[in-house]
Design a protein around this ligand. Structure first.
Ligand SMILES: *Cc1c(COP(=O)(O)O)cnc(C)c1O
Length: 458
């Protein structure tokens, strides 16, 4: 019998993060400021983010060493297991093989700790006292709260209002780790007050919460802002996942044909997939397919455009080259709160544009059908975000079987869903709905994309 779980030892935790920028088929369009159309002054970026993180953001070095102290904290839960979903395979009668990398083993419950620990470490290393951030579903806020406490940093979290109301236990978890949590938009920042003046009844969005967190961080010299996805340095930290997975596949003498991951800002899929994309681009793994999957309610890669856009809702960030629905896009209140973001990571966006990564979308009812099937076969309650990857992995397996060419499929099980039981309740009670934006609504939202150099043919 094949082993169900493939473990690595702590000594086998990778020593460096992998930087996709070193191997992109084209250079990325640079990040630019909306007013000057020039790259942002480094001093301005350093006022928002810790300097070592800015250096990582701009680096094109292929490998960046992981500090010892970060590796030591990673041992709280890393290496994470690679698990064969054989019970799910048997239930579905699959010939294709399904493997998942289980990031739900982290103390905060998701892959987000991989970057939170690194970001708290670098902020501490330059003498910061306080980190401010936003959280959608609460996973990033939980991860950062915990990481901040370990490094004795204060942590302030702006939590998207709809999640704050849906997930009181996530808030309590963050408070247990010692953080202060505000529902966003709030009266606490000028960015929040401006948003509330315009849209008093808004359920909030990640982009709004980002505006508030940056606004707050700028009020104090010893505060910095921390972002849980989208940016290159976050993706960089997440590549620990894909590198471990490759070592685990080596142990069982296998290699995936298809790598699947869900898409919020793109760091978890990128973190798992980029070490494999490296093989595809530089080691002749031509047949390897990388598949991203997003909610139909927030379809940036399948319905958005490749353009320069702001990362937040209040036009405070530099312009990032990415697939976007426009920063004015407010997705319906779907349960996968971590996937309600208007844009995606720059490197991943470029790889999608170049056809190296594929983009798919699924509605939340199909996602929850897969989530429940997974829970009832493998026993793990997946986060609604992660369940997008499960649903797509099942589709890929069934398609491969139908073609008579069974495949080995790897997906990222980014987190557990223990704090998402009200979402499961909504599904099980038959009340869940798919609210999908019409093309007209998307076109309206695309109008919020700022005037900037056209990169659609870059
Ligand atoms: C945040 C989150 C995601 C989305 O990850 P991105 O890196 O932003 O794409 C997926 N799954 C879980 C469990 C999350 O917490």
């Amino acid at each position: 019998m094949r082993e169900k779980k493939i473990y690595l030892t702590e000594q086998e935790i990778p020593n460096s993060w992998y930087n996709m920028k070193a191997d992109l088929p084209k250079q990325l369009p640079p990040m630019i400021m909306a007013d000057t159309l020039q790259p942002p002054a480094v001093e301005m970026l350093e006022r928002i983010f810790a300097k070592p993180l800015i250096e990582q953001e701009l680096s094109t070095e292929r490998y960046i060493e992981i500090p010892e102290e970060v590796k030591k904290l990673y041992t709280m839960y890393r290496p994470s297991p690679l698990i064969r979903a054989n019970f799910l395979e048997e239930k579905l009668g699959l010939k294709s093989k399904l493997y998942f990398k289980y990031e739900g083993v982290s103390p905060s419950g998701s892959h987000k700790s991989n970057s939170a620990i690194a970001q708290a470490y670098y902020n501490k290393s330059i003498g910061m006292k306080r980190l401010v951030t936003e959280t959608g579903a609460g996973q990033w806020g939980s991860a950062l709260s915990m990481a901040c406490k370990v490094f004795d940093l204060e942590c302030v979290v702006y939590m998207v209002k709809v999640s704050y109301n849906q997930k009181p236990y996530r808030k309590m978890l963050m408070e247990t780790y010692g953080a202060t949590v505000y529902p966003s938009p709030s009266e606490h920042t000028s960015a929040g007050r401006a948003i509330l003046a315009k849209t008093p009844n808004t359920s909030g969005s990640l982009a709004m919460a980002i505006s508030e967190a940056i606004d707050d961080a700028l009020q104090d010299d010893h505060s910095r802002y921390a972002l849980g996805s989208v940016l290159s340095h976050v993706v960089l930290h997440q590549t620990i996942v894909g590198q471990e997975a490759k070592k685990q596949f080596d142990i069982i003498n296998e290699y995936p044909d298809i790598v699947v991951g869900c898409i919020g800002g793109g760091s978890s899929l990128s973190g798992m997939a980029f070490p494999f994309v490296h093989d595809k681009l530089t080691k002749g793994k031509d047949a390897l397919r990388i598949v991203s999957v997003e909610p139909k309610a927030c379809p940036k890669f399948t319905k958005g455009v490749y353009a320069y856009d702001f990362g937040d809702a209040s036009n405070m960030t530099p312009l990032i080259p990415m697939y976007t629905l426009g920063n004015g896009f407010t997705p319906s209140s779907i349960h996968a709160g971590g996937l309600r973001y208007h844009g995606g990571n720059a490197e991943l966006s470029l790889l999608i544009k170049e056809g190296i990564v594929e983009a798919k979308a699924i509605g939340q009812k199909d996602v929850f059908a897969a989530a429940v099937l997974f829970a009832q076969t493998e026993g793990i309650i997946p986060a609604p975000e992660s369940a997008h990857a499960i649903a797509q992995a099942i589709i890929e397996a069934q398609n491969a079987d139908a073609e008579g060419k069974p495949k080995t499929i790897l997906f990222n099980l980014t987190g557990h869903g223990h704090f998402d039981m009200s979402a499961y309740d909504n599904y099980l009670s038959g009340e869940m709905q798919d609210i999908i934006p019409t093309d007209d609504e998307i076109n309206e939202s695309l109008k919020t994309i700022p005037k900037a150099p056209d990169i659609s043919n870059y």
